[in-house]
Structures are given as C-alpha cells and as structure tokens.
Design a protein. Structure first.
Length: 139
C-alpha cells in the first residue's frame, strides 16, 4: 500500500548550504532502495517535505526524521493512502526557492514566505503540485 506523508520542521540554526546538500545527497542515495520518492522545500530555516512510498518505509523514515537532532517542532501536515505517486520522478527533488515567484506563496498563505505551520496540509500539497507544474524543482 502506498502512502503520502507531508511534514514541516524547523532546522537547527547551524544548518548551512553544505549540510542541506549533504542531506539531499543522502536522501537521493538511500531513498530508492526503500522505494521512497518525494520533494523537499527549505527556506528560512523551515523544512517542508513530502514522502511517498510503502506505508512501513515512509513511517520509518518519518520517525527517523522526527528523532533527528537537526529538526525540531516536527509537525505532520498530511498523511494519506494513495493509488499513485505525484513525485515518482525524484528520489528526492528540491524546490529551487530562487526561482519561486512570491505570488505563488501568497496564493496559499497570508504572506509571501514559506510557513507550512500557518496553512493546512491540503494547501501545502497544492503548493507542491504547483511547484512541480511550474518547473521550480531541481533533481
């Protein structure tokens, strides 16, 4: 059974560009062997990520992320059983925030900043769908 899980977390202040790239490399290396695909967005110290795959594999990875000391205030935004993946093309895609039109964030939020804590899980998924549609995702 496939599931899709979306969460948000706040990064510890010491997360820098190099550590973010290391997290992405590790995800791209490890996720395929567990059948996990997804999309990561990072901006202003906030992670928002969607994971797709088998229920046990996704739940296990989410529990590892929630226990990771680089994350705090981990919040489950959405969890659902799915019949097909939305992000099957990425072991872990990353949103290119530099290419993001702030109006897209305003479409789903009160401000033009990424704040998944202030919007519903459904709005976060709609934002991810538009990011994919507007080619704002890097492989």
């Amino acid at each position: 059974m496939l599931v899709r899980l979306t969460y948000a977390s706040r990064a510890i202040p010491s997360i820098d560009h190099d550590e973010l790239q290391a997290i992405l490399r590790q995800s791209k290396q490890n996720n395929p062997q567990h059948g996990i695909t997804g999309l990561l967005c990072y901006s202003g110290g906030i992670f928002m990520q969607t994971l797709e795959g088998g229920r046990l594999a996704v739940n296990h990875l989410y529990n590892r992320i929630a226990a990771d000391p680089r994350h705090h205030e981990v919040v489950l935004l959405n969890y659902e059983e799915i019949t097909e993946r939305r992000f099957a093309g990425w072991a872990m895609g990353q949103v290119n925030m530099a290419r993001l039109n702030p109006a897209l964030l305003l479409k789903y939020s009160a401000t033009a900043t990424l704040d998944p804590y202030a919007v519903s899980g459904r709005a976060s998924m709609a934002l991810f769908d538009e990011l994919v549609a507007t080619a704002s995702v890097m492989c």
